[in-house]
Ligand binder design. Structure first.
Ligand SMILES: [Zn+2]
Length: 262
């Protein structure tokens, strides 16, 4: 890091800290989630400057507004609506790590971070729109109907929402100087990895069943507190783990797209 960049990083830490504190006050984040968001935000803004701030805003503001405008159906899950540190790092960790590439190779970090944030945005929009649309999702691999909110379940309206979520980040990347190629790459890769997330969720994510409620769940302990039986998938691979793989994949493909197209 060149010495003249120090004020940029201090400013980044202040801005990201203020945003994380506001999100915590608005009950969008748990306290550890706010700390994780502060670290991710500081890294993105410190490495990418105002473009990083714009990309973060394009991910965070519309997806939060969307979840507040559309009423949630049914009971909230055990984690509630507040994002914890694991969720924040799964969504934003690869983008922050990718942004650091910008310090060595201008352009590379911006392309990779934009693609990773576009994937996180697409997944968030798809889930928010899909779960609240009232449509019965279908399993992405075998087409059978599944419960709303199930990993690997997709709806047309949720997928269209996801495309808009990727576009929100991609268009912002283009608008803040990354160029239209970077914006298009982020939109395409974000949408593709939204489906990649569903495929990984359907094929590999751990599935459990609560013996007390006779209900399927994604967590080893059901929201009623009963330990659930392992049904299938990789026992250690949680929904956060699947999200992390998808944003990592998008960041790697964003870097590849930069190498191929810029
Ligand atoms: Zn239960």
């Amino acid at each position: 890091m060149p010495p003249q960049a120090l004020p940029v990083w201090l400013l980044a830490a202040l801005v990201a800290g203020a945003a994380a504190a506001l999100a915590w006050r608005a009950r969008s984040l748990t306290p550890p989630g706010a700390v994780a968001a502060w670290l991710v935000g500081t890294t993105l803004v410190g490495a990418l400057g105002p473009a990083g701030l714009a990309l973060l805003a394009a991910f965070f503001i519309p997806s939060n507004l969307l979840s507040r405008l559309l009423p949630p159906p049914g009971p909230p899950d055990a984690k509630g609506d507040r994002r914890d540190a694991a969720q924040v790092l799964a969504n934003g960790g690869p983008a922050a790590a990718a942004a650091l590439l910008e310090l060595r190779t201008p352009g590379l970090g911006l392309w990779a971070a934009a693609a990773a944030l576009a994937a996180a945005s697409a997944d968030t929009w798809a889930t928010t729109v899909g779960v609240r649309s009232g449509r019965r999702p279908r399993h992405i691999l075998d087409g059978t109907p599944v419960q709303p909110g199930t990993s690997g379940g997709v709806t047309w309206v949720g997928s269209a929402g996801g495309l808009l979520g990727a576009l929100a980040v991609g268009a912002t990347a283009a608008a803040v100087g990354a160029g239209w190629r970077a914006g298009l790459a982020a939109t395409i890769l974000g949408t593709a990895w939204m489906f990649g997330d569903s495929v990984l969720g359907a094929a590999l994510q751990a599935r459990f069943r609560c013996p007390a409620c006779a209900e399927d769940t994604e967590r080893p302990v059901h929201r009623c507190g009963t330990p659930a039986a392992h049904l299938g998938g990789w026992r250690w691979l949680t929904n956060d783990g699947v999200n992390l793989l998808a944003t990592l994949g998008a960041a790697a493909d964003g870097a590849l797209a930069w190498w191929l197209c810029s």
